[in-house]
Write a protein that binds this ligand. Structure first.
Ligand code: ADP
Ligand code: MG
Length: 370
């Protein structure tokens, strides 16, 4: 079931007594989620992710705009008639009910033509429990389960309704690091197996990148960029997106373009054919540095961190005001950790130019300086 969001806006009125201003949590959202895909909604806390999800499931009504599931407009439809399954960060299970009763719950309240036979309910409950691998825990209460198991029950409870759309709001945030990894892979598997169109909200870029067919990067209620995770990483639309994706984060240096070259710290580092002279911000991914004795970018060596497969070189450079430069290079490289300086060349595909004021991307075909 494809989901279409058209000119979707949600403004929360400020409280008059406290003379607070209105908050526009979602601004003029236009986006189409293709049938059967898993879309990751990504952005910092407060950027409007949960509000977007609540609009899709009907817990909130939009101030403006429309929502379609396939060809059906659902903008003003009550949540229970939309056919959505929702999973929250805090599981929200009924503590006094067993796992089995929790999963059955959404089916037991059905009225009229939606009513199911007891056998049908049992069958669906077992199928959902099997999908999330909790079929051995059906008689336990939530208090007797780990966080990861509780979240599986919550997912089973969403799946048992056979929803047209599955919505997950930071479902892994309460889990410890290992369980988070494991559970996200399972969510991905379940999504593939069922083919349910899914929206997955997270502030964790790695999480979104690793499981999404497509990501939507948001800032202050506005879509910044959408695309396949790798496309967005390799071709960010602005500095915000470039900085939000990738660990360690992209390095940002102040430089300028002159004579169709990118200059950093007074040296030409890359060529930028056709780009007019101007001050720019240069983003360089940590993996975008090459150790070169005659490299154009000279830095002061701060320290070398061994990470097993890779080495991380932390260096300082006057062009880089925000902390130091962090370069990730292969552990096979010969680095002298006691050297006082280090020189780099820059891989053109790993460097991006941004306008200094607007921080929008300057699309340039960067090349190695000859
Ligand atoms: P996220 O999920 O990305 O952290 P939210 O969608 O929860 O962000 O919130 C987006 C913005 O809308 C925030 O500034 C938040 O304070 C505001 N907001 C969310 N819900 C309400 C509400 N019910 N009333 C007023 N403001 C709200
Ligand atoms: Mg939220």
């Amino acid at each position: 079931m494809k989901i279409v969001l058209r000119n979707l806006t949600k403004t929360f009125p400020g409280r008059k007594k406290k003379s607070r201003e209105d908050v526009t949590a979602v601004k003029d959202f236009n986006f189409e989620i293709p049938d059967g895909e898993l879309v990751g909604l990504l952005g910092p806390s407060g950027c409007g992710k949960s509000t977007t999800l609540n609009l899709i499931c009907g817990l909130e009504n939009p101030t403006q705009g429309q929502i379609f599931f396939g060809e059906d407009e659902v903008t003003n439809l009550a949540p229970e008639h939309r056919g959505v399954g929702m999973v929250f960060q805090n599981y929200a299970l009924y503590p006094h009910l067993t796992v089995k009763q929790n999963i059955l719950f959404p089916l037991q309240n059905r009225k009229g033509k939606d009513r199911l036979s007891k056998e049908e309910m049992e069958k669906r409950m077992k199928e959902a429990a099997r999908l999330v691998q909790i079929d051995a825990l059906l008689d336990r209460k939530p208090g007797e389960l780990s966080g990861g198991q509780q979240q599986r029950v919550a997912i089973a409870r969403a799946l048992v309704k056979m929803p047209r759309v599955l919505l997950l709001d930071e479902p892994l945030s309460n889990l410890d690091a290992r369980l988070r990894l494991q559970t996200r892979e399972e969510i991905r598997k379940i999504q593939r197996a069922t083919g349910i169109t899914t929206v997955f909200v997270t502030h964790d870029q790695e999480e979104a990148m690793s499981i999404s067919d497509r990501i939507v990067v948001m800032k202050e209620g506005v879509i910044q960029q959408t695309g396949r995770p790798q496309e967005v990483y390799d071709d960010p639309a602005n500095l915000f997106v470039a900085k939000f994706l990738g660990t360690p984060p992209i390095n940002v240096l102040e430089g300028y373009v002159k004579d169709e070259k990118v200059w950093l710290a007074g040296r030409p580092v890359l060529s930028a054919r056709g780009i007019p002279a101007q001050e720019v911000l240069v983003g360089i991914r940590p993996e975008g540095f090459l150790l070169r004795e005659d490299g154009p970018l000279a830095c002061r060596m701060e320290r070398v961190e061994v990470m097993g497969r890779d080495i991380s070189i932390v260096a300082s450079q006057e062009a880089c005001r925000e902390g130091g430069i962090r370069a990730i290079i292969s552990a096979e490289s010969a680095v002298d950790p006691h050297a006082s300086s280090v020189r780099f060349a820059v891989k053109p595909a790993k460097a991006f130019l941004f306008e200094k004021d607007s921080q929008e991307r300057i699309r340039a075909r960067l090349q190695t300086e000859e």
